[in-house]
Write a protein that binds this ligand. Sequence first.
Ligand code: LLP
Length: 421
Amino acid sequence: MDHFLYRNGHLHAEDVAIAEIAEAVGTPFYVYSTATLERHYRLFKDALEGIDNTVCYAMKANSNQAVLTLLAGLGAGMDVVSGGEYARAIAAGCPPEKIVFSGVGKTRAEMEMALRGGVRQFNVESEPEMRALSQVASDLGVTAPITIRVNPDVDARTHEKIATGKSENKFGIPIARAVEVYAEAARLPGLEVVGIDVHIGSQLVELEPFEQAYRKVADLTRTLRAEGHDIRRLDLGGGLGIPYARSNSAPPLPTEYGALIKACVGDLDVEVEIEPGRLIAGNAGLLVTQVIYVKEGEGRDFLILDAAMNDLIRPAMYGAYHDIDPVVETSPGTDQRPYDIVGPVCESGDTFARARDMPPLAAGDLVAFRSAGAYGAVMASEYNTRPLIPEILVKDDQFAVIRARPTFDEMINRDILPKWL
Ligand code: LLP
């Protein structure tokens, strides 16, 4: 169910008109739907019903404290990849026993922070990291629960920058070496092996790569158990893709993904964890922006928006496609025309779409980028000294600013002049 629909010709987020929010906070801004976030979390819970499971939201997708508090309130665990994300999870009220610490380069300080505060497990990604964690835990006189992330050498068939499960990627240990590495883990002080972790990439639009990876992990579970390890937990990562373009076929649904998980590991008597990020937050958010100018170019027209690559970097970084809709609904039969849709930042990479068919638009019109709730605000920067844009959360007919736009003074005053200037 889409909670961003036109009503009487005006785009709404749940029961709030987008134009009303624009009026109140100015553009550009991100807006998120509570109902969508809740629904997406529940889709995963329902899909895994019948097996012992924890859905650990990968907060890297959207770590606004209000979003985290909402999800933690529904019972979600959290997948964190930095001390900062760990602190956010705790501040959002997520119980430490539901926080999974992932990431390829955890520092000793981060390990110590999570060991002191409590953690469900560390997903260890290399032998040096495993030895460091052993030392940190031993020095604190505690035991660190761990899984080891294995790299199954599976092609996730997604964008190269977000594929993680091939042997050439920096993630995890080669699955072929798992027996050896688990043996060392069992010998090291301060560590307790609790399971296996795998994550092969993001925005996967087919189930087959998951199946290949999960079957390898199921085999490894049997092998490691035969070696005497108590493998009782499988972290199966995130990565299920979302539909970005209305015109494309939709990726598999969480129910199908859940059924696959059950088919691959359901007979192993394990706790299952998953770490979805994009599917929970992606289609729960829009980026709303205003047309500043329509510029006639050589053989093409440009729509110059007040949002730019610093606000939403996905198109510039991955060539990502986002549907872009006018906030005032186009009447049926209106002729579309192609525009290059760009931001005001001083580089040609600041292009959201080329030759995109849109209804005729004029300066002052609002447009909304769909599927912008994940990897949007979190990847934003203040490049060109453009303030980080506000984030808004809608619930039914209410909306609230959940991160305010900083003033120019606030931005400037974050810098510190040395005493000699
Ligand atoms: N678990 C681990 C260990 C991860 O590295 C990731 C994502 C996830 C879970 C969540 O994956 P998801 O369910 O969101 O696909 N900035 C990129 C995406 C980077 C994904 C990084 N890792 C983008 O905008 O497409």
